[in-house]
Design a protein around this ligand. Sequence first.
Ligand code: C2O
Ligand code: CU
Ligand code: CU
Length: 471
Amino acid sequence: MNAAPWRLGFRLATTTALVVAASGAPSGPPAFSNPPLLRSVSRVAGTVEVTLTAAPARLSLRPGVTTDVYAYNGSVPGPTLEAREGDRVIVHFQNKLPEPTTVHWHGIHLPVAQDGAPFSPVPAGGERDYVFTLARGSAGTYWYHPHTDMQTGPQVARGLFGAFIVRAADDPLPASLPEKVLILADNRLLPNGAIDLPDMHTPQGRLDDENGREGDLLFVNGQLLPTLTIRSGEVQRWRVINASGARVYRLAIPGQTFLHVGSDGGLFERPIEVKEIVVANSERVELLVRGTGAPGSSAKLQALPYDRYVPQTRPRNWNITRDLVSIQYSDDAPVRPAALAKTLRRIPALDASKATATRVFALTQGLINGKAMDMHRVDVTTRLGATEIWQIENLVGMDHPFHLHGFQFQVIDHNGVAEPFVSWKDAVNVPKHETVRLVVRFTDFPGRWMFHCHILSHEDMGMMGILEVKP
Ligand code: C2O
Ligand code: CU
Ligand code: CU
């Protein structure tokens, strides 16, 4: 499949069990591990208080070379923030980067001033607190990343992204399920280890702008092809986050199915069994992976080909299947699978017949309704409490994942085909030449909110707009 030299290294390592690298340190396929946790320093119940620092760091992303990165608290991905519904979150943020940045809490329903949008950058050397309370019913998998004017793509590519898990007081899934966070973020390095961010006037730079920047290194929690162990019969809960600038993942474990139990804004009403699942940029999925393999056997989590491109700029290797995670069954005797509730939670459907407006958003390459973003222009105005239908029409031959800040919505239909079940989303892929309709209610938090394509180069080019929710 992929014969890049770094992969050959791993193949060797699997056949010889242990390889001693030039440095003398043992190396081999890394064991899967969740990103580090960000510990709260608060002793007050219901308060999560943390310090988050963005700073340059030097890490080894690819075995054998070191890379100058930007990191949150020294790691790529940054540490995982965990809190409960109803918690007050206080983040003391310090910007030790040589440039301005923000921290955007992707998908979280919070006051606009805490959103980390490009309107309020933290200057180089500056600091600020982000303070917000997590809404009831918002339990789910979120993430955080910079949202700097025209620099979101490069800052994320340099390593700034992390998971944010909001837990429910009464999670319907058994707490005994081993939980894994999988942050999918591809990258591209130069031979000397530097992050490959070509000038936009070079052919590769132009391609990165057009398609969004993809890389040949498919990192999962900053690791290449880690080995995740599972016991036969065990059920694992996976929270998958697509933090990639442009790559869309069509995930599958050949020989197994997933139980799809949740999306951006948390769990569904009922699990849905699927053979594969597409995770577009910034989307999250919660999956139950059931250890249906025999003791001692192995499997692979793969990224199957997904054609989101226009033919003229489709990358050469777009149609290869890539391995993301090795799944190794332990030799232990099978366990009895955990029993799962039939109904996970109730999700009240937003009533589209109450909509006071239906708005059309036409997506073209780099533009929404023919316009690039202007920080001083409001594109859409609505009122607090309004329910609206947003019709997102992709007029071009490339997929564009559409994201709205601050408010979770429900998808009504794709090209007129009704969504089979209700779920909360803050991003939805709009495939080439398709139309997606969603319904959203602006329950609270007046202010100016962004909506945009989450292919980061498109976002940085201004494929964004501003929604003003008036009190
Ligand atoms: Cu992931 Cu405007 O955000
Ligand atoms: Cu966002
Ligand atoms: Cu786009």
